[in-house]
Design a binder for this molecule. Structure first.
Ligand code: NAP
Length: 277
């Protein structure tokens, strides 16, 4: 059984990116954070660290929980028009009184480094070049790094969020996999997970999937991040499946590492796409 090491792949991605960055101006990444969510602050710090490592100009715009939608849209408009900012993202979650879709879609699609605007989601489902959500793209890059073939494989994804499951289903389909997308209303979930050559779990339930859910020799991609007794664990019970599968991503140290690397890549890609226009 091979452990798919996200840290190693991230290091490779960042070092390849550093070479490309030598020939462009200093790139800018803006992160808008609304409210005091603790996990969000951790994710923003990780993004800043990545930006500092690559020499990106990192703009962290921290807004209060009570900020008006109008004010958020105004800030996005300023960033859209700034020649120093190449990538913009709004850190999730945001307060419920704000219209998530409206805010997301206010971002210039060419600066949408989370790939979550309707335009970029549409491009992905039509297999047209655009900015692709970081976590699903990271999964594809991780599999490619380890020479794990996707074409023709049965891929089961559990979890259908806009952030992970849905864009990953499009990416896997574009890579010629046969894709099954499961969710909380799926009947007989095991029937679908047990026939997966590649099983991706993204439901946010600690250690939910044990050996009974997986096929012999399968490749397991654990996207879930759950905190149990102060420790991070995935959706897959690692110890239960490890002798049955051919490869698995650890939590932490797997997909999460890839997400930050892909954000770095997307910021560069946003610059390239914008300058192609
Ligand atoms: P989300 O928006 O809450 O979506 C969860 C999905 O799981 C939903 O589609 C839900 O179905 C489905 N689900 C929940 N319980 C289920 C069950 N018992 N059986 C089958 N499906 C079930 O979550 P998300 O944003 O995609 O995140 C999922 C997990 O990944 C979380 O732990 C999150 O922290 C983690 N995550 C990690 C990274 C990373 O970089 N590693 C990035 C993003 C997210 P319904 O649609 O029917 O409700």
């Amino acid at each position: 059984m091979e452990v798919l090491d996200g840290k190693k792949v991230k290091a490779r991605i960042l070092s390849d990116l550093k070479e490309k960055l030598c020939s462009v101006r200093k790139l800018g990444l803006a992160v808008i954070q609304i409210g005091e969510d603790e996990a969000s602050s951790v994710y923003v710090r990780q993004k800043k660290l990545m930006a500092d490592t690559l020499g990106y100009n990192f703009k962290h715009i921290k807004l209060s929980q009570e900020v008006s939608e109008y004010h958020v849209l105004d800030i996005i408009n300023i960033l859209n028009n700034s020649s120093e900012i190449d990538g913009i993202l709004v850190q999730m979650p945001i307060p419920r009184n704000l219209d998530y879709k409206k805010i997301q879609n206010a971002i210039d699609p060419f600066k949408d480094v989370d790939g979550l605007t309707d335009i970029n989601m549409g491009k992905l489902s039509h297999n047209v070049e655009g900015l692709v959500p970081c976590t699903p793209m990271g999964i594809i890059d991780l599999l490619k790094f380890y020479n794990i073939n996707i074409e023709g494989k049965n891929v089961t994804i559990v979890g259908r969020s806009d952030l992970v499951g849905k864009p990953l289903a499009s990416l896997m389909t574009n890579q010629n996999a046969t894709v099954t997308l499961c969710h909380s209303k799926t009947n007989n979930l095991k029937d679908f997970t047990r026939c997966a050559d590649i099983l991706v779990t993204a439901i946010g339930r600690a250690n939910y999937f044990d050996f009974d859910y997986v096929k012999d020799g399968a490749v397991l991609i654990d996207v879930g991040i759950n905190r149990v007794d102060g420790k991070l664990v995935g959706d897959i019970n690692f110890d239960s499946v490890k002798d049955k599968v051919s490869a698995i991503t650890p939590v932490p140290g797997g997909v999460g590492q890839m997400t930050v690397a892909e954000l770095a890549k997307n910021t560069y890609k946003a610059y390239v796409l914008k300058n192609k226009m």
